[in-house]
Write a protein that binds this ligand. Sequence first.
Ligand code: AMP
Length: 430
Amino acid sequence: MSTIKTSANFTELGLISPLLARLTELEYQQPTPIQAQAIPNILVGRDLIAGANTGSGKTATFALPLLQQLFQQGKSEKQSSSKGNTVSGLVLVPTRELARQVADSIKSYAAHFNGAIKTVAVFGGVSVNTQMLALRGGTDILVATPGRLLDLISSNAVKLDRVKTLVLDEADRMLSLGFTEELAELLMLMPKKKQTLLFSATFPEQVQTLTQALLNDPIEIQVQSAETSTLVQRVFTVNKGQKTALLAHLVKTNQWRQALIFVNAKKSCKHLADKLSKRGITAEVFHGDKGQGARNRVLDAFKVGEIEVLIATDIAARGLDIEKLPVVINFDLPRSPSDYMHRIGRSGRAGEVGLALSLIDHEDYHHFKIIEKKNKIRLEREEVAGFEMAEIIPDAYLDAGKPMAKPQGSGKKNRKKKAIEASDIWLKKF
Ligand code: AMP
């Protein structure tokens, strides 16, 4: 592990004035911890492996130095590298939404380069022709999902033999979505000698293998959740039959500006939206069966606050950056503990206060314990007044029959008291 430089303001990180001016406009007052540690090292050409919470500012971490390096390489080199549909900086991402979002951020950071850096996003689900046209004459920064990129390579619309910097964003997600073979194929098409920056929220074995094969004496940065988290996590127990009623109650009582609600199946999105509609709440749905155009429209409307309640599958759990999203609700628990972290990471981003709420019924108890254990968290079970569990949780639902260690003061009276506190104090807080 190498020594890590740290710095407290953007000027000290070695960034050039067109970028500093843009950061001032964006009102970024201080680098986030990952930015402070990584940017100076990326600028001097080091490889990087970073484990950071979503919302930690990782896009700017790679985008700012990448833009600076390409800008400084100057016009002469750029002209030669722009022949023949080549790419200088390649950012691989797992989903279409993330590709759009990352490319938009890069373009925004480059606002004072007066068009000197060309950034293109390519992803599936939309016409390939427009993307082919955009790639003509070479691209400085290409943000791509692996499948569509391979399609474009096979039609000679783009070549990777001049890639100088490779960014793998959400590497764990890319591998878990089955992009392993695509990644291997893409890596074969790139020069061996290049700078590689790998970001991953979690480090399963597959990511570690990739890291060993790909990175050269990397700087390693792990931003611990405690340093960056402004997210409050809570868990509410409720009878299965009352989950929808509790959700409607929470949405109405709290008047959240926006709420992102996760369910596990595409058809559950519509089902829940219909049930909420009967209770006077309008909700939109977001899942993989919607066309790309519809997905973009819904997401854009949610981002600007035209849609207040969005019911989504895990397709929305990764990387999406919705400014100041006040609350994420797990109506269904995610299957994997790492998806729990990704879902809740949609709220409490970049230092904003956020709330992640999970509604669990008897059947969810055991699974939620696993989520807690894997993510090294322990949350007190709470109830909302009027939605208390009908009875004490049967042992059968607890840890394979073992009685669960009761949180302090978990007797019936206390539980009632807690429910009242939760509704009176907490519900007013957000
Ligand atoms: P990311 O983790 O890249 O998705 O970034 C999350 C959010 O933080 C985005 O809305 C960024 O615009 C914002 N952001 C990134 N860096 C900073 C910073 N240093 N100060 C304030 N906001 C930031």
